[in-house]
Design a binder for this molecule. Structure first.
Ligand code: DX5
Ligand code: ZN
Length: 227
């Protein structure tokens, strides 16, 4: 997949009474990928949006829909989320003991497959699936809630993942999720990240369109420092 820098507004931070407008606003600022959180109240303590909302969103946007499943036994829902409109689907390493099979199942539906690491899970646990995954999502907060503080230890994981893909000549993208804002995005980009999920820093800001543009500009500067 292309390693082009992307800001992914996280829809769970949007105003659901006017979700179509919120999406149109970030699209006007250049957004081409949206992040969608699925939670089950079991893998994480919270419950978010399920299938019907994804179906509705699919109808109002041409954006790539990146679905992050924070649910137990995610393999049971892969096909349903794909049918509801997901373009990429990520599952947690901690929630899927048969990770190789689950990633293959996602790809068999035609979607791109990602694997997610909680803050407590080290990169080396993915050694044997990095050749299969289309992307790796590093959690920089404990999943379940928006608006939490960025955990800086995530930077080291991004660096490790970037180094491994160079050394092993792999092509996966690196995504970060949790607490990303103008104060840390430069450093995250410089560490080797490609996709930046941003919830509060986009939809809870005064101007979501300006926030998307500013975050993108700063992430691109970080990439230049890396190169
Ligand atoms: C956290 C979710 C995130 C969340 C990010 O469990 O996976 O996608 O929406 O929100 P912010 O950017 O506010 O931390
Ligand atoms: Zn997420």
């Amino acid at each position: 997949m292309s390693h082009e820098i992307q800001i992914l507004p996280s829809l769970r931070a949007a105003d659901f009474t006017r979700i179509g407008e919120e999406i149109a606003t970030v699209e006007s600022a250049g957004t081409t990928t949206l992040h969608y959180d699925g939670m089950d109240g079991r893998f994480v303590p919270n419950i978010s949006m399920g299938l019907p909302i994804l179906e509705s969103i699919r109808k109002v946007t041409k954006c790539w829909l990146d679905v992050h499943l924070m649910i137990v036994e995610p393999e049971r829902y892969v096909e349903a989320f794909r049918a509801a409109g997901a373009d990429s689907i990520s599952v947690h390493q901690e929630a899927s003991p048969h990770l190789h099979r689950t990633l293959s199942l996602i790809q068999a539906t035609g979607a791109k497959a990602g694997v997610v690491l909680n803050p407590a899970t080290p990169v080396h646990t993915l050694d044997d699936v990095l050749g299969l995954a289309d992307f790796v999502l590093v959690m920089s907060v404990n999943p379940g809630y928006g608006g939490q503080k960025f955990i800086p230890a995530a930077l080291h994981k991004i660096r490790q993942l970037d180094q491994i893909r160079r050394q092993r000549n792999l092509n996966y993208c690196i995504e970060i999720d949790g607490g990303v804002d103008m104060s840390n995005i430069l450093e995250i980009s410089e560490a080797g990240c490609d996709w930046f999920v941003a919830g509060s820093s986009v939809f809870r800001s005064e101007s979501p369109a300006t926030a998307v543009r500013d975050l993108h500009t700063r992430a691109v500067s970080g990439r230049q420092l890396l190169a």
